[in-house]
Ligand binder design. Structure first.
Ligand code: TNX
Length: 484
């Protein structure tokens, strides 16, 4: 029980052991499409680990021994995502108010019973005890930049699997930037066909069709992860400006951008066609998005007049709201007049107070702690270092509530780990930058501040390293951690 990440809100080990047997079943009540689906998720993982049948029994008549019981029941103290997990030598009892809570309890259970993949079919044992667990923040996010280098549907799904294992619940996809446009828009088809044909260094271009994007949204939703689409504007728009000459003030299409410098592009804010374009894009994105938010970027608009920028952001919010969504943007949107429904994502910490004064909440992605694209140290083969070097401890040892004097716990919707991809080409590159820092941010987002500390995390993450190694996950062997 002593290696869980994120650390549960409360945990009481009882020093015994539950062992899965060839006849262990998963009993689920009430049996609904969603509870059956999460039961199947657990069954598949345990079958894979043990080779046992793990049949699912919907609405079992009476309690049997040596089984795993999943039940939904009313307990408002568990909220929308909490769960209660009791393990005894005679059975595993998992209760939650919602299927999401059951899903998080399952992630905990799967961490507790660490099978050795080398010894299959094999006994699967877990230490006994009781856990009651609820998350600290509602928004536990990870951002992936698929614009600088494009990543396949398969790669994104594999990243989603890891997010789910650590109880993250938002995947923010940075779908457009100067170097590439990565989502099919049917009313402006050249965004994808022309804007999607470039990338940093001329490598790894491409885009998701709407069908592929829906597939990602559904795959994430099955793991209780909401995909948050970002179209960056009015800067970071060279790919769109290359696809459509009419979006430029001078009417001349831009050349594709394959470098990594920022801050030179801007939509033409004086032209009405710009707003028609945005309305079409936002309408199509909203239709693809079950979640509440559309992220409109808004960062580093260095090539846009400041007053025009603030008017632009306010107008974009009305378009986002027209299609039933809330606007999220990088912290620079705090300079504009935004509604209390908007959310500002902090990365440098300059404009958060302005957003909060307007009643908006914030999501914290401070570069010094939560930017997974920062190099670990001077020798790191991948990454940038404009925010400094971010070692495992830097990613872990900070508290959202004390990061800034202007920002209190109630202003914070959540925390998000950002992974920009200027220097990343492969899935191994992604995971090398993400682990063991993504797990640090996941714990900050989920676990109570008082319960966690670096010394405990560094010991627990070492056990995860052994599992990552066994699963072939490429990760950074930080010298701050005594890897097993
Ligand atoms: C700043 S963070 C950017 C991105 C870069 C990133 C690299 C933010 C809102 N803008 O355009 O990719 O730094 O770390």
């Amino acid at each position: 029980m002593n290696h869980l990440i994120p650390l549960p809100a409360s945990l009481l080990p009882t020093q015994l052991e539950f062992q899965l047997g060839p006849d262990t079943q998963i009993l689920v009540a009430p049996a609904t499409p969603e509870t059956l689906r999460v039961s199947e998720f657990l069954a598949a993982a345990l079958r894979h680990a043990t080779g046992y049948a793990l049949s699912i029994v919907p609405d079992p008549p009476a309690h049997a021994r040596d089984q795993i019981f999943l039940t939904l029941h009313d307990d408002s103290t568990l909220g929308a995502e909490g769960y209660e997990l009791n393990l005894t030598p005679d059975g595993v009892f998992l209760r939650a108010q919602t299927p999401a809570g059951l899903f998080y309890g399952i992630q905990t259970l799967l961490q507790l019973g660490a099978p050795s993949p080398a010894q299959k079919p094999q006994t699967w044992r877990a230490a006994t005890g009781s856990i009651r667990d609820v998350p600290r923040f509602a928004w536990r996010g990870a951002m992936l930049d698929v614009a600088r280098h494009f990543f396949s549907v398969q790669d994104v799904k594999r990243y989603i699997d890891w997010l789910a294992a650590y109880k993250l619940n938002r995947l923010h996809l940075h779908l457009s930037d100067d170097q590439g446009w990565r989502i099919e828009i049917k009313t402006w088809d050249k965004l994808a066909t022309i804007g999607g044909s470039s990338g940093v260094g001329g490598k790894k271009s491409g885009y998701y069709t709407q069908a592929e994007y829906r597939e990602l949204v559904a795959y994430a939703a099955e793991r209780f992860i909401v995909i948050v689409p970002e179209i960056d504007m009015p800067g970071h728009t060279n790919a769109a400006l290359a696809a459509y000459p009419e979006l430029n003030c001078d009417g001349v299409a831009r050349e594709p951008h394959t470098g990594i410098e920022v801050g030179f592009s801007s939509l033409c804010l004086d032209k009405e066609i710009t707003y028609q374009f945005l309305e079409d894009v936002i309408r199509e994105l909203a239709a693809l998005t079950p979640g509440e938010f559309i992220h409109i970027g808004g960062d580093e608009a260095h090539a846009t007049d400041k007053t025009a920028y603030t008017q632009f952001i306010a107008r974009v919010e009305t378009i986002v709201e027209k299609y039933g969504k809330r606007m999220m943007g990088w912290e620079e949107i705090g300079q504009a007049k935004i509604s209390a429904r908007a959310v500002a994502q902090l990365w440098r910490g300059e404009y958060g107070a302005q957003a909060i004064q307007q009643g908006a909440q914030v999501i914290l992605s401070p570069g010094k702690h939560a930017y997974l694209d920062m190099q670990y140290n001077e020798q790191s083969p991948l990454g940038l270092h404009w925010a400094g070097y971010v070692e495992a401890q830097d990613a872990y040892a900070w508290d959202p509530a004390t990061l800034s004097a202007d920002i209190g716990e109630s202003n914070i919707l959540g925390v998000e780990a950002a992974l920009w991809s200027e220097t990343l080409l492969t899935f191994d590159d992604i995971t090398f930058m993400a682990f063991p820092r993504l797990t640090a941010i996941a714990e900050i987002a989920w676990s109570p501040q008082a319960a966690r500390n670096w010394e405990s995390y560094r010991q627990r993450v070492a056990a995860h390293g052994a599992r990552w190694q066994a699963l072939g996950l490429h990760f950074y062997r930080s010298p701050q951690i005594d890897w097993e």
